[in-house]
Design a binder for this molecule. Sequence first.
Ligand SMILES: Cc1ncc(COP(=O)(O)O)c(C=O)c1O
Length: 399
Amino acid sequence: MLIPAHIEAELRRRAASGSTLNCYIYDTAPMREKIAHLVQIMPEGLELFYAMKANPHPAFLQAALQAGAVGIEIASLGEARRAVDAGFAAGRLIYTGPGKSPEELAWSVENGVRTVHIESLVEAHRLNSICKKLGKGIDVLLRINANFDIHDAQTTFSGGSKKFGIDEEMLDEALPRILTLDHLNFRGLHVYAASGVLNVADLLKNCELVFDLTRKIEAAYAGVSCDIIDFGGGFGVDYLETGHDFDPQAYAEGLAAMIASYGFEGRRFVLELGRYLAADSGYFCSEILDIKESRGKKQVVCAGGINHFRRPAALSINHPLAIVHTGRAKLFDTQVSVENEQVYFGGPLCTSADKLANDVYVEAADIGDIAVFGLAGAYGLTMSNQEFLSHDRPEEVVL
Ligand SMILES: Cc1ncc(COP(=O)(O)O)c(C=O)c1O
């Protein structure tokens, strides 16, 4: 991985200060460019939302706001508040996710969230009775757990037994009941297949499936139409540096052709992207505090571990890595360095789960150098075990 010059300069400046370096560095320029590009190439009717679970830092919300995202996909009241604080009116928020509490649903109704995405019959009834009490209605999408899964995705959200949405096979039982709930205004479907998908054809297959479901529903239920179709998130990034990035142009062209072939012009389509927008706008940067040989393999210990950057351990993948050499003097003459070998990177926590990377090839690294993990802008700090061992929270530096 090549570290952009301004990121490296900032790291060198901080390393020279003498205190232990352990931080995230964010520059949201890539995110802004990606949003602007997607807005430009996506078919008519497509609305782009930022899934703020990827990174809720205000800099990322500002980037989404300024670069032209229609709104924010939220999955908690905490996210709703942060999005509103960043300048998104509640009418620009779409609320997804299982297990929404009565308080969260009431906030959505009172503040006029754009759409609430119903995950179960229980949630539909709960939302309807809250609406009734507040004397208001709300637009809803029905989330379907489609009978389809993308096998090589990092995480799947549909297919098999899932806590997300209502099983496709149960639609005929669930939809008529939802349609009788008179405070819920049924607007369409939400089917989110998988996250971290690099193959455009797989995500387009998901779109085709939702379009088929839409046709089926509209044929079966007179007067019901799915004006809004939400494909969720899922655009992947190339963590393994294979050189094959997700191709948004191919997706946009494929989707436009599909909309035309189904005669679905005039509807609204939603993408809620997190990873693809945020990943390359952040780096996790952690000073190497120790290097030792242990039974044939070098163990490199950094200042931060899964308390600050849990994703590599949670998903068993290595993120792109580069070392910034600081030329720190050795502490003693036989001090071990890394030289052209596969090594293990961990943090300071008392658990062998505290892995940052394994079997990763490194040309050279020394104590005092900085390990820089790329594509860390999405699902970085907020997905981590920050409280475990009570280390200080890493600074989030915005350039
Ligand atoms: C409902 C929902 N929408 C959008 C996203 C964002 O997905 P991604 O980061 O893969 O784009 C997620 C991620 O878990 C999600 O659960």
